[in-house]
Design a protein around this ligand. Sequence first.
Ligand code: NAP
Length: 248
Amino acid sequence: MIYFITGGSRGIGAGVVLDAVQRGHDVAFTYVQSEEGAAKIEEEAQRLNPSVRCKAYRLDVRKAKEVEQVGDQVLADFDTVDVVINNAGISRDQTVVGMSDEEWDDVIAVNLTGTFYVCRFFLMGMVGNRFGRIINVSSLSAYGASGQCNYAAAKAGLHGLTQTIAKEYGRKGITANVVAPGFFETDMTRDALPEHMRQFWQKWSPVPKGRIGDIKELSATIHFLASKEAAFVNGQIINVTGGLDWSP
Ligand code: NAP
């Protein structure tokens, strides 16, 4: 299948890109600043599976025009896209009272509006193909998280967006689902979590599994949702948290 993955230059997105090529899929992925990181992922993908195509594109998902231009280029290069994974995301943490307009707007623009632009663009082709898989990467924070009102609102918004796509396009062979990760070690969590909190998590993890997640474990869930076998899983929010979402 042919995948389009936003934010594939590092962290979870990079893991999903490399996993996809190892599973034999062609991949177009995006970055916004990490040109060098994206080039390294392209090289690593080529090394892991020389028989598939893996290409990076610079894209700021906040800009609708850019989404259309890059989307057109991807379709020109790959002919079609079967699977869209909206993974690009940022956090700008602050209490509700302390949050600036800019912090609010930035996070909504990347995490929610950007995902909408990408879904809107690729859905047209999916409807024509009578096949498509959309997987939007949310977060456990969507259920409310202190210091993250912008991030929580954006991620909760993704749930509504995804379930609406699931309803509008389910009859056209398209599924749309959300994965809501718990805690995975990436630049995002490294930047947001103070060292003493990291030590607390490692020693006294509140996760019933007793540890931080491995990106491969999240990627495996995403690849299941992307598969043809997952045709009847639609409009679901799949928490991949080691049990953190229900543990007291
Ligand atoms: P990360 O390491 O910070 O990587 C973020 C990715 O998003 C990078 O590839 C970055 O590109 C891209 N990006 C940032 N701003 C963008 C923009 N305006 N347009 C397009 N791409 C942009 O983050 P991560 O931890 O892997 O998180 C990936 C996703 O999982 C996010 O949606 C995040 O909210 C979600 N998540 C993560 C965790 C976790 O534990 N890590 C938990 C719950 C949810 P550049 O490299 O070019 O900057």
